[in-house]
Unconditional design. Structure first.
Length: 100
């Protein structure tokens, strides 16, 4: 729905689903609390996926192979402290802009 009319809508949507799947999997195995929070935001050029609250910082991709996929599909990835003292992991998936 966010990508309606974007030239690469299906490819970007597939990438976002893959990133969400991996970040939720990583967060669910190392949860800070009972809930996993999520947010997806589209700014016109990137879809930023945020998933939290993870108990600790992200492991290295060698320890968490799903991060190789996330890093391949995104322009950037990072973490910040969430509202509930856990870590929120975010990743920015590029989207081709609409051509007018």
């Amino acid at each position: 729905m966010l990508l309606k009319g974007a030239p690469a809508a299906q490819a970007a949507s597939d990438d976002v689903i893959s990133v969400v799947r991996e970040l939720v999997d990583i967060a669910s195995r190392d949860r800070h609390g009972p809930d996993i929070l999520g947010r997806i935001v589209f700014d016109g050029t990137h879809i930023t996926v945020s998933v939290g609250e993870k108990q600790g910082p992200l492991p290295q991709p060698d320890d968490e192979p799903g991060l190789y996929l996330v890093r391949r599909l995104t322009d950037d990835i990072g973490q910040y402290r969430g509202d509930n003292a856990g870590y929120v992991t975010w990743a920015s998936v590029p989207v081709q802009p609409n051509v007018q």
